[in-house]
Design a binder for this molecule. Structure first.
Ligand code: BDR
Ligand code: CA
Length: 309
């Protein structure tokens, strides 16, 4: 099995992505490292532990990361995910606690344990990965595959006109990661928008007779209502699409390789991902950008994760 390490800030769409990973038979989840982002770190850690408990995956170790972006304070996405990140439904805390080891150190340790095999997937701001990379710049040499949900490849952002949330939350961290890893697979916000899920379909799938579906229906209710009100008939589950591609790369219909840089200084564009579409910089292609994924396959992966048959 492929050893999979997921850095995540759960978050409602993170939770769906994690259920997809839990349901996959070709990957072995070796840990969850937790970032701050959608909400504060105390909540994202609690949510990760709760999700593991509900999914019967208390065997997966959870490592808390860093509570703040590297340099500048950022605004969270509680307006999308709820103040607690899981839809404010008063969930009792999980019985288990996070491991004592810091997420950045766990990333480095696991990269040695699974050297040459490790598959890293990042579903949140890149703070933990940037720290790991600063501690040990040889990290990329031991990582077989690295996939990030983040960015907006033609600058149609979701949190500012130009920038996507995961990158905009900690642009300095994203800059460190995109300049330190030579090969990053990127599932960006614009791919997410091209692969929305119809709310009426999702509602049907959430009616599945499974604990996972019942739990997910509950924690996602508020964000799905917000999404329907503000964005219309499709729900954009960014992390779920990224995870679909991560788990079944054969589902990609079009991928483009290009150089990508993170904007740190822009007045209107801080946190934007600047893709060198016309290859004017002479930089090597450091990214593979997901442009199209098999929608039917994506939807089947979501249904399977929820136990909808
Ligand atoms: C990303 O930002 C977060 O709100 C989501 O969990 C996802 O990772 C989408 O821009
Ligand atoms: Ca996320």
């Amino acid at each position: 099995k492929i050893p999979l390490l997921i850095d995540t800030d759960p978050g409602v769409d993170d939770a769906l992505a994690l259920l997809m990973a839990f349901a996959d038979e070709r990957h072995d989840i070796v840990g969850l490292t937790i970032a701050a982002g959608n909400v504060g770190l105390d909540h994202t850690v609690r949510n990760a532990l709760k999700l593991c408990e509900v999914a019967g995956r208390d065997d997966v170790p959870v490592y808390a990361g860093t509570a703040d972006p590297l340099l500048h304070p950022s605004v969270d996405a509680a307006h999308v995910h709820g103040a607690d990140g899981f839809g404010d439904v008063n969930l009792p805390a999980a019985k288990r606690q996070a491991e004592a080891e810091h997420a950045a150190l766990a990333i480095l340790r696991l990269s040695h344990e699974y050297a040459g095999e490790l598959f890293l997937v990042a579903l949140g701001p890149l703070t933990n990965l940037a720290l790991a990379l600063k501690l040990d710049p040889t990290l990329p040499q031991r990582v077989k595959r690295f996939l990030v949900m983040g960015g907006a490849v033609t600058c149609h952002g979701n949190i500012t006109p130009a920038a996507e949330f995961n990158i905009a939350f900690d642009p300095e961290a994203a800059h460190i990661v995109f300049s330190g890893f030579p090969h990053i697979e990127v599932a960006d916000w614009e791919a997410t928008v091209a692969h929305g899920l119809l709310h009426k379909d999702v509602e049907q799938w959430l009616g599945a007779d499974s604990d996972k579906a019942r739990f997910y229906e509950l924690i996602s209710r508020q964000t799905r209502l917000w999404s329907e009100d503000s964005r219309g008939e499709r729900w954009y589950a960014a992390d779920a699409l990224a995870m679909a591609w991560a788990l079944q790369p054969e589902g990609a219909l079009r991928v483009e390789s290009r150089p990508l840089n993170v904007e740190l200084a822009g007045v209107h564009s801080r946190g934007a991902t600047i893709v060198d579409w016309n290859r004017q910089t002479g930089q090597p292609d450091n990214t593979r950008l997901l442009m199209a994924y098999d929608q039917g396959r994506f939807e089947a992966q979501v249904r399977a994760a929820l136990g909808f048959v």
